[in-house]
Design a protein around this ligand. Sequence first.
Ligand code: BEZ
Length: 252
Amino acid sequence: MNQKWSAGTYDADMAFVSGFGQSLIDLLNPQPGEQIIDYGCGTGDLAAAIAERGAAVTGIDASPEMLAAARAKYPDLTWVLADGQRYRAAAPADAVFSNAALHWLPDAEGAASSIAASLRHGGRLVAEFGAAGNIASVTAALPRAFAAAGRQGQAVLPWYFPSVGEYTSLLERCGLSVELALCYDRPTPLSGGEAGFRGWLNTFADGILSVLTPAEREQVLVFMERELHAQLYQDGRWVMDYRRLRIAARKV
Ligand code: BEZ
């Protein structure tokens, strides 16, 4: 999967990603002096918001482009280029935080083991990401769009969207005690009017679309817009069928 991130476009068009994360920071309730790791920190806005509450934050991300943007905006924080499926923290942290990132890590066992190893005993995990059924409209339509463009069977979806049972069992196997597991629908409006869904696909499905020629890519984008317009376009904007899994857990 060749997913590429453009930090500039991401900050401008996908501001909702960190906007929705504020309530997750309230759940984390960071305390002054705590060591906190943000898994999949992206361009760093939520890590910076946690640091504003007095915690010492390390942001990790596998995208050099995202991390460079985070470092440029918030040079005083610690940024580490790392794969969250294998990362090992230099010292155990008081908390791990993650918003809208864990669904990008298909080796969920590796990520959960990494998180567990990053925490001190009694340390907490507060995370939110896509649950089973997240963007079901997109995951159902993309294979059909590829088939219509002559690319039957070649839409390889990279995302990990587990059920509550699947993910809480995984965390327990990794030595975490789950205190909250909440699955909820969170319809998510996009900016950009009619062009908003195309922008979303070009940002978040770039890796999936990267196997296509420019003409095939255009065909897939048009197919997706036509196919999902009636379902997702409401009152002049696209509203994505996000379904979230919110987790709070503690290392035993
Ligand atoms: C999300 O649920 O945040 C998401 C899932 C897949 C692609 C992009 C975003």
